[in-house]
Design a protein around this ligand. Structure first.
Ligand code: FAD
Ligand code: SIN
Length: 561
């Protein structure tokens, strides 16, 4: 068959149209935005509000895996720290000192001071936005106390439903905001980079892929609780943001620091591991053994209000001594009328499980709760990749150090979001990004068919949760970490997905494997005990505190100094 040059040109043209057709089919949407926010917890919601204020003509995309507001933030109980000018008992110096003490040498003084100083403005901004913090009969803000805080400085909503109070109001504002385009039930699966700068993300809604371009991508994807068998975190906390950033080449820091909350409800069923807020101890409840005997005096001078890592380890030790998988919290010492006012949700949840906390002891045990490490950022969320920001629990600003002080994390979410929006306003141009060859190459994999059947990730996930709980939990050692590493490698060999996956659950599981590897490797590297990272083979704390920073280099994990 002879074909002249005109005919060849026609063929080339037809082939091109064919490929463009396939490409368009797989990427139904390729859109540009002024900013993209991944996650709709407190860091994401407040970022959307602040960015819309500093970019009055901007179009902001908010992508979230579940429905708007479903997040760790929604379930926060105790409250949010505010070092408020009107609280004369408090001061920045006192909050900074408490935070640094809990942080066990790994907190950054300048970041702690900045966040503490900014808390007054940001909390008042939340109040102006309509967040209903609890007040007394004279309209004065109420403050509670939690572990290792030296004064009452924690604001709360509806007694013990602070997260719900803040998230509900901010979700309303975001839903009403015409600048914010919301994509729910959509997962971000890859960060797009060109010339080492972040240019957007690949999104997957369970059926279709799409591409969102922007010079500002904000990861506000929360924590990792679901990596552990016992956790206070909801289903969405699968550590996606850490894996996305790591795969994109960002620096991550102190990935071994997992905070275990001492008091999660030790019952079976749907309320298993529901949090019993530290503020219950703040209002006077005490931990007791099965004979009703208090034990915290054996472990720390601050007793039941000692730093969280100390209380979690004490509960763990007492559980080992008694052979039971719980200790008790005696809240009967708190007057009934105080309980009703301060802990309506916790009381109701206990009653649902036949526990009347005015009369009965509450069975509790430790559970994975918060992640101190994360994507290394400045106080304003800037990562090591231009245009990529990380805020809230997925980030490591230097506030939380080796052990977070209670109620500091909601504060970090809002202060960093505030600072990020100021940085974006001053430094980033809202320009159109076009598809390039470099980006096109990266995107190719999503249009390839995977000729495999979908994995049952529930089974794989529960093996991962067990190995993390058994080997990378409250008390660690070289042997336990190596055992976890070998079980993790077995699991990896059963799950053959490197890049493209077949379902949202597969993407989540792939991310969980990546993050588990980062936690185990960092925990093996840190040959000391510090804050929440306790190694029974290295019980001492080194004199000089050093960060563990990691990066993916040529496909391999590498430590950076
Ligand atoms: P989250 O609130 O967890 O939000 C993450 C969001 O990202 C979610 O919307 C999720 O769906 C979405 N997401 C994740 N991955 C993807 C992806 N790949 N694509 C799209 N979307 C994605 N802290 C305090 O300061 N005070 C408290 O009283 C307090 N109580 C707590 C009680 C409980 C039970 C828990 C679990 C935590 C508590 N914490 C508390 C910790 C605090 O709630 C969290 O650290 C904080 O809310 C984290 O906010 P965030 O916005 O960073 O993440
Ligand atoms: C709690 O209410 O005990 C949780 C507080 C926190 O995690 O900061």
């Amino acid at each position: 068959y002879a074909c002249d040059s005109k005919c060849l040109k026609t063929w080339h043209f037809l082939v091109l149209i064919y490929y463009i057709g396939i490409f368009r089919d797989k990427f139904m949407v390729q859109e540009n935005y002024s900013a993209i926010i991944i996650g709709s917890g407190l860091a994401g919601l407040y970022s959307a509000i602040k960015l819309s204020q500093v970019m009055p003509n901007g179009k902001i995309l908010m992508v979230t895996k579940c429905e708007l507001g479903e997040s760790n933030s929604r379930y926060a109980q105790g409250g949010i720290v505010g070092v408020l000018k009107e609280n004369t008992a408090d001061s920045v110096a006192s909050h900074v000192s408490d935070t640094l003490n809990a942080g066990a040498g790994l907190s950054d003084f300048n970041v702690v001071k900045y966040i503490s100083e900014k808390s007054n403005d940001v909390i008042h901004d939340l109040i102006n936005l309509g967040v209903p913090f609890d007040r007394d009969e004279n309209g004065e803000l109420l403050f509670t106390l939690e572990g290792a805080h030296s004064v009452r400085r924690i604001l709360h909503c509806n007694g013990d439903a602070t997260g719900r109070g803040i998230e509900k109001r901010l979700s309303e504002l975001v839903a009403q905001n015409e600048q914010v385009i919301l994509k729910e039930n959509t997962i971000a699966v890859e960060i797009l980079k060109e010339n080492d700068a972040c240019k957007g993300v690949v999104l997957f809604d369970g059926s279709n892929y799409s591409v969102a371009f922007s010079n500002v991508v904000v990861l506000a994807t929360g924590g990792i609780g679901q990596l552990y068998k016992n956790t206070t975190n909801p289903q969405c906390a699968t550590g996606d943001g850490f894996a996305l950033a790591y795969n994109a080449g960002a620096i991550l820091q102190d990935m071994e620091f997992v905070q275990f909350h001492p008091t999660a409800l030790a019952v079976q069923g749907e309320d298993a591991n529901h949090l019993i807020s530290e503020s219950v101890r703040g209002e006077g409840a005490i931990l007791v053994d099965e004979n009703g005997k208090p034990f915290m005096q054996k472990y720390h001078e601050l007793k039941d209000l000692a730093p969280r890592d100390v209380v979690a380890r004490a509960n763990f030790e007492e559980m080992k001594l008694s052979g039971k998988d719980y200790v008790f919290l005696n809240a009967t010492v708190i007057p009934k009328e105080v309980q009703e006012k301060r802990f309506p949700s916790i009381s109701a949840m206990c009653l649902k499980n036949n526990i009347d906390m005015t009369k009965d002891f509450i069975p509790v045990h430790p559970a994975a709760h918060y992640f101190m490490g994360g994507i290394k950022v400045n106080y304003d969320g800037r990562t090591s990749i231009k245009g990529l920001f990380a805020l809230g629990e997925v980030s490591s600003t230097g506030l939380q150090g080796a052990n977070r002080l209670a109620s500091n994390s909601l504060l970090e979410c809002v202060v960093s979001a505030y600072a990020m929006s100021e940085f974006v306003q001053k430094n980033i141009d809202d320009e159109l990004i076009e598809m390039s060859d470099e980006l096109n190459k990266v995107l190719k994999k999503y249009s390839q068919e995977l000729g495999f059947i979908e994995y049952d990730t529930d089974v794989l996930k529960s093996e991962l949760q067990s190995l993390m709980w058994d080997g990378v939990g409250i008390i660690r050692s070289e042997a336990s970490l190596k055992d976890a590493q070998s079980r993790l490698n077995d699991l990896k060999s059963q799950f053959l997905r490197n890049e493209k996956c077949l379902s949202v659950q597969e993407y989540e599981f792939k991310n969980m494997l990546t993050v588990a590897q980062l936690i185990i490797t960092s925990a093996l590297q840190r040959k000391e005990s510090r804050g929440a990272h306790y190694r029974e083979d290295y019980p001492m704390t080194k004199e000089i505190a050093e960060h563990n920073c990691i990066i993916k280099e040529q496909g391999e994990l590498s430590f950076v100094r």
